[in-house]
Design a protein. Structure first.
Length: 226
């Protein structure tokens, strides 16, 4: 089982002067779900190299058993420090792709032509695509072979408007994940704020928030095993 994990290279939180990036727990929990299931993991990002970590995700309140495990894992941190460039990877080499969130992807991966083509390529090859938290926003420009928005008529979830409001970034982000998925025709649903909520629709698996990252990964593993 070979799984590609796609991380953001974007580190600026709009024009706030604050830093953003990927959310540590959304990398660490799926990383070990895959690792412990015997998967071979490749990490990639648009710029390659060491992707920016959202500093907030490393605060004590947001640390978990898995984030501690990741940070103590020399092989994992070395892998993170040297992600391969997104334009160098192909769906042909992997069984599935997983996108951790954090606010960063809303700026770069959502508009990245390589990311868009990658997701379309995985689905065309009948391979799973899983995204968690803000990462479902990366689907905004992804199309079906017929040229329709990928999420149109599909069951999806992602970071809610009320969760974005709670973190005070409604006016900062380039778009709201919930609104965007609905605008593109997605059959959007959500659970309670900050609770684990995962939706599957065929090859597409989406999770609502950081709490959903482990369950999203488990759902992917389960579907790959079938």
């Amino acid at each position: 089982m070979k799984i590609l994990m796609v991380l953001t290279s974007h580190d600026q939180l709009g024009n706030t002067g604050r830093k953003t990036g990927f959310w540590l727990e959304e990398l660490a929990a799926p990383y070990y779900a895959f690792k412990d299931a015997g998967a071979e993991i490749t990490l990639t990002s648009p710029k390659g190299g060491n992707p920016p970590l959202d500093p907030k995700s490393n605060e004590p309140d947001f640390q978990t058993e898995q984030t501690h495990r990741f940070e103590a894992d020399a092989a994992a941190t070395a892998q993170l420090a040297s992600t391969v460039r997104l334009d160098s990877v192909s769906p042909a080499d992997f069984d599935a792709v997983f996108y951790p969130g954090g606010h960063g992807p809303l700026w770069d991966l959502a508009e990245d032509q390589h990311s868009i083509a990658l997701i379309e390529g995985f689905l065309a090859a009948n391979k799973h695509v899983a995204l968690v938290c803000h990462a479902p926003g990366v689907l905004r420009h992804v199309k079906t072979p017929e040229g329709k928005p990928l999420v149109e008529g599909r069951k999806v979830t992602g970071f809610t408007n009320s969760e974005e409001e709670a973190v005070g970034l409604t006016q900062v982000v380039p778009f709201l994940v919930e609104d965007e998925l609905i605008a593109k025709g997605g059959l959007y649903s959500k659970g309670a704020d900050w609770s684990s909520y995962v939706v599957s629709d065929g090859l597409l698996i989406t999770g609502q928030n950081p709490t959903s990252s482990a369950e999203t990964a488990q759902q992917l593993i389960k579907q790959l095993a079938q």
